[in-house]
Design a protein around this ligand. Structure first.
Ligand SMILES: O=C(O)CCC(=O)C(=O)O
Ligand SMILES: [Fe+2]
Length: 230
């Protein structure tokens, strides 16, 4: 494992006016690649493309099957959207809050996801679902596997926008001690193949302000959901 220990909290090399000498590409484990800043050039355009999506399918804090309200606010675009309620986790074709189909995935998002996957060695990725997570200060996501897609031959592409967060990259067992990775604005993380079912989560978001997203962090995860999923 390369040294990907996060820098000290509070400032980064860039804030000091120094050149960022960290590698642009880091393998976290076989099949999992961090592409630092891969989406940076397009961040503002991506952000603008999200506005109409969030208008049609507003962010909402859903209930877990155990009846707890998630701290992260979530919505989706694409053919399939991910939901959780007291009957379980699943993908649906319509938004349960509006009964309307999920908004179309903006082509810019689709193309970025497909290019990112290819850059990480997964050619031909055609996501049909994009989950949109909004984190506010104190919000976190506990360790989990992404396994509701019904097809684990396709990777997950995760794009971070806004405030930085510590992402926890685990192993195939929940008990594997996770490795913290700093995910910053414009970073893209791709995991597939042997890494597809690795546990992962994020630490609580620290308070802060970002020029684009204000006091929040947005994360977009692109997935391919098998048509057989009801
Ligand atoms: O916010 C992140 O970086 C991870 C999100 C995630 O794991 C998920 O939506 O399944
Ligand atoms: Fe996940």
């Amino acid at each position: 494992m390369p040294d990907i220990t996060p820098p000290q909290r509070g400032f980064g090399q860039m804030d000091l006016g120094l050149t960022d000498t960290r590698p642009k590409r880091v393998t976290l484990s076989p099949g999992a690649t961090l592409l630092r800043g891969f989406a940076l050039d397009q961040a503002e355009e991506l952000w603008r493309a999200l506005t109409p999506v969030l208008h049609v399918a507003p962010l909402r804090r859903m209930l877990t099957p155990g009846g707890r309200q998630m701290s992260v606010a979530i919505t989706s675009c694409g053919t399939w959207g991910w939901i959780t309620d007291q009957t379980g986790y699943r993908y649906t074709r319509t938004d349960p809050t509006t009964q309307a189909p999920w908004p179309t995935m903006p082509p810019l998002l689709f193309q970025l996801a497909s290019r990112s996957a290819a850059a990480a060695g997964f050619e031909g990725f055609q996501p049909n679902a994009c989950l949109i997570n909004r984190y506010e200060a104190g919000t976190r996501m506990t360790a989990h596997q992404d396994k509701d897609e019904g097809d684990i031959t396709q990777p997950i592409v995760s794009v971070s926008l806004g405030l930085p967060i510590l992402f926890l990259w685990g192993g195939l067992q929940r008990t594997t001690r996770p490795h913290p990775i700093l995910l910053e604005h414009g970073d893209v993380l791709v995991w597939g193949g042997k890494a597809r079912l690795h546990y992962h989560g994020v630490k609580p978001l620290e308070q802060g302000g970002h020029p684009l997203t204000g006091p929040t962090r947005f994360n977009l995860t692109f997935r391919y959901v098998a048509q057989a999923v009801p």
